[in-house]
Ligand binder design. Structure first.
Ligand code: NCD
Ligand code: ZN
Length: 343
């Protein structure tokens, strides 16, 4: 197959940042995707509906002229998010999820949740009004091996939570392990997962290819090959519980190339092309459209996009660096080629 036409996809997990960084990256997503679930981990975090609406206006103002792109906003869950705020968020029609960052789990998670039991009233309200909980699923116990944190979180936090709130819609974001994929498969239809392109394409060897590779460092960290294979299997399975979420997370080059570098991989410059490569390698290009443009919308109860995009099998070279406001950004596959190109 040399050309592939699909319904315009959506990105169900995206970091757009703010200010000059936002202006630098939002066009990459808007060229490919019709909508994106926008993460609220700004500094300070997007905790209220008012802040989410203001952030949405800044995103819309930063869009390239003529771009059609709908930011779907989220709130950042804290220990003291009041149920009234959940109700306001739902009523606004602009907020589509509430993000759980266990405090300390990842970039800008220090305002996050210290104990999920402190949020039970908020979760109850989310269950009632049908606002999904979007989960960064990693244990924050420093004693737990970093490669095991997703699995431990599922056993200790997520499992008990969905038992307590059986009607709560939950998206386990950016899953990285076979255990996570299996958990999502066996739970009810209100539990789904996003999968990133980088977790489909890379295993943890990519962190140490001939030396330390900070641009392959993200959270949850890349896992071993067995897990990558399980994620590919889930993504191409046709199971509607799995859908596209890039977790594209730009950081300026100096923040990555340093003694204590930030977690986050930038993939928005080639997101759907990278997914096409992963599905192609699996011999499953025919499954890309449902994963990228159908399952997520169905889970969130939103209409499917009517526009189409076309990908061509044409090699192109990714620039070594991209402009990132006054700084620069190193994208995934910098200086290398990608086999699929947006027509
Ligand atoms: C994200 C970021 O930089 O905001 N980083 C990452 O490695 N994925 C935060 C997150 O989603 O964990
Ligand atoms: Zn993320």
């Amino acid at each position: 197959m040399e050309r592939l036409t699909l319904r315009r996809p959506d990105d169900w997990h995206l970091h757009l940042r703010d200010g000059a960084a936002l202006a630098a990256v939002v066009g990459d997503s808007a060229r490919r995707f019709a909508r994106a679930i926008v993460m609220p981990n700004l500094k300070p975090a997007v905790r209220t509906t008012t802040q989410a609406l203001e952030y949405r206006s800044r995103i819309e103002a930063a869009l390239p002229r003529g771009a059609k792109f709908e930011p779907l906003m989220t709130l950042y869950l804290t220990d003291d998010t009041p149920p009234e705020e959940i109700e306001r968020a739902k009523r606004s029609g602009a907020v589509f999820g509430v993000k759980l960052y266990p405090a300390g789990a990842t970039t800008h998670s220090d305002e996050g949740v210290t104990r999920l039991s402190r949020c039970f009233h908020a979760l109850e309200k989310m269950q009632e009004v049908g606002l999904p909980l979007l989960v960064h699923g990693e244990s924050t116990d420093p004693a737990i091996d970093v490669f095991d944190r997703e699995q431990v979180f599922i056993e200790e936090v997520l499992g008990p939570t969905i038992e307590r709130f059986p009607g709560l819609k939950v998206v386990l974001e950016h899953i990285t392990t076979r255990e996570a994929a299996q958990f999502v498969e066996v739970t009810g239809p209100n539990i789904a997962a996003t999968i990133t392109a980088h977790h489909l394409l890379l295993n943890r060897n990519a962190l140490f290819m001939g030396g330390m590779r900070p641009h392959h460092y993200c959270l949850p960290v890349l896992k071993r090959e067995m897990h990558r294979e399980a994620l590919v299997e889930a993504a191409v399975s046709g199971n509607p519980k799995f859908f596209l979420g890039t977790d594209s997370a730009p950081h300026a080059r100096p923040a990555k190339e340093t003694a204590c570098g930030c977690a986050g991989i930038y993939t928005a410059h080639a997101a759907i092309e990278l997914y096409a490569s992963a599905f192609d390698e699996a011999g499953a290009l025919d499954k890309l459209e449902s994963f990228a443009a159908v399952h997520g919308a169905q889970f969130y109860g939103l209409p499917l996009n009517e526009e189409r995009i076309t990908l061509e099998r044409t090699e192109w070279r990714v620039p070594e660096r991209l402009a990132f406001g006054p700084e620069e950004l190193v994208p995934l596959r910098a200086g290398e080629t990608i086999a699929w190109k947006l027509a």
